[in-house]
Design a binder for this molecule. Structure first.
Ligand code: NI
Length: 172
């Protein structure tokens, strides 16, 4: 596995619509392995192929909603599409292509996707909370869209701190 360079906002590649994956070969497997390593090394919860310069419909998402003591799991979605979504969540969202910036983005709280695995087999995956947010965010990348189009401004450090302080208060 190898780390790939993550393109930053402003790079034209990030505005392009990606083509479907048609070859489920070694090259795709290496890409998915590299994307997973690049995402986890950068402490992200999702990464889309265009972010590493590949205009194909493939993403990786880190499933963080796992039982206590179990490792987080990387979900690979090839040619994904959203089948169902419901509920609503609003919270700070960021992107490895816009490092350090967060904006308030509304997303559904539950998302069901259909996708192919690395060998071309179709399957369905469900996500709630952060995983649902990541599914939506990463699929947007495949159509050339960024979270910055969905928030009215990038949060200041003070706004971000105030948001997390309010969250902590709610939990107490
Ligand atoms: Ni992103």
């Amino acid at each position: 596995m190898a780390l790939r360079n993550i393109l930053k906002q402003g790079d034209e590649t990030l505005t392009k619509r990606c083509r479907p994956v048609t070859d489920f070969n070694e090259r795709l497997h290496i890409l998915l392995d590299d994307m997973a390593e690049t995402m986890t090394t950068a402490n992200g919860v999702g990464l889309a192929a265009p972010q590493v310069g590949i205009l194909r419909r493939a993403v990786v998402v880190l499933e963080t909603n796992v039982p206590e003591g179990e490792p987080e799991r990387v979900i690979e979605l090839v040619n994904p599409e959203i089948l169902e979504s419901s509920g609503e969540q609003e919270g700070p969202e960021g992107c490895l292509s816009v490092p350090g910036d967060f904006g308030m983005v509304k997303r559904p709280d539950y998302v069901k996707v259909r996708a192919q695995d690395r060998d071309g087999n179709w399957f369905e995956a469900e996500g709630v909370g952060l995983t649902a947010r990541a599914f939506c965010h990463e699929l947007d990348h495949l159509d050339g869209h960024m979270f910055t189009e969905l928030c009215d401004h990038i949060l200041s450090d003070e706004e971000l701190e105030a948001y997390y302080a309010a969250q902590r208060e709610e939990e107490d």
